[in-house]
Design a protein around this ligand. Structure first.
Ligand SMILES: N[C@@H](CCC(=O)N[C@@H](CS)C(=O)NCC(=O)O)C(=O)O
Length: 273
């Protein structure tokens, strides 16, 4: 009997969706793509998507008896499927690769990205907190009326409250400087890379996937100067030439027209929980 294909619920410009897409592409795993419009229609907050992923975030990977609702879980699962083809399979590298993965997930990408954009864009600085507040109020309202008690909706509303507090309290340039320092520290701790190889040797690893997506985001927000190591910049040139990088649609710049196209496409692809 044919095994149903993997299905990836993701958003084209989303950072953590790119982690999932690049991991799957590097491992040569194909999937059926379901685009979710997380910006305009906010389909991630719909009841249908909530049934699939109670955190109401992208990506989600679904397969035969498989449901993974977090990019880190997806990356770990893909590395397992890749087996010896990825450096993660080498017992001696599990600790060092795991440290890069943990270090990466300790960086708050959203705070860095929006912190940077809001400092340079007064309109966004005014509009973004309002969007978070409206989302928070609507989630609280839905939670109060939800047949299932609404715990996941309340948790999401709380997360939006915390985001709102982060972006509306304190000194924005100081907070951005802290996020930038986190990235510098993370980059400084990466291993020395040999030319034409991955971060931990000749093959891909979870670390390569995460650092590639991180550098793409740094390029997008004009912060690639946080990477001040020649070996890593040479690795970045190398990784961008890999077929998987192109296949995974990794954004190194904001593509407003594509963002709208993806939202339109998502509109015609109903979410089946
Ligand atoms: N820990 C999650 C975070 C995922 C996440 O925050 N995804 C963002 C897009 S990059 C999202 O879904 N944002 C929409 C929202 O939070 O409502 C993961 O690694 O998958």
């Amino acid at each position: 009997m044919a095994v149903p294909p993997l299905e990836l619920f993701h958003a084209a410009p989303s950072y953590y969706s790119m982690v999932a897409r690049l991991a799957l592409a590097e491992a040569g795993l194909s999937y059926r793509s379901h685009l979710i419009d997380i910006h305009l229609a906010k389909q991630q907050l719909s009841d249908a998507y909530r049934q699939l992923n109670p955190q109401m975030t992208v990506p989600t990977l679904r397969g035969d008896g498989l449901l993974l609702t977090d990019s880190q879980e997806i990356l770990q699962w893909v590395a397992g499927r890749a087996g010896a083809a990825w450096m993660d399979a080498q017992p001696a590298l599990q600790g060092p690769i795991g440290a890069v993965v943990a270090g990466h997930y300790a960086i708050s990408i959203e705070d860095l990205t929006f912190g940077k954009w809001m400092l340079g864009n007064k309109v966004l600085a005014r509009v973004f907190p309002g969007m978070l507040q409206r989302a928070e109020q609507s989630l609280d309202k839905r939670a109060a009326a939800a047949a299932d008690g609404g715990a996941s909706l309340r948790a999401k509303a709380e997360l939006n409250r915390q985001r709102l507090a982060y972006f509306s309290e304190g000194c924005a340039p100081e907070k951005l400087a802290q996020r930038q320092q986190e990235v510098r520290d993370f980059v400084a701790a990466l291993p020395l890379v040999s030319p034409g190889e991955g971060l931990f040797g000749p093959h891909c690893s979870r670390a390569d996937v995460l650092v590639a997506v991180l550098f793409a985001r740094l390029a997008m927000i004009d912060e690639l100067s946080l990477v001040n190591r020649a070996d890593l910049l040479a690795w970045w040139d190398w990784v961008q030439l890999r077929p998987a990088f192109r296949q995974a649609d990794i954004w190194t710049r904001l593509q407003r027209r594509r963002l709208l196209q993806a939202a339109w496409q998502a509109h015609w692809d109903p979410i089946v929980p």
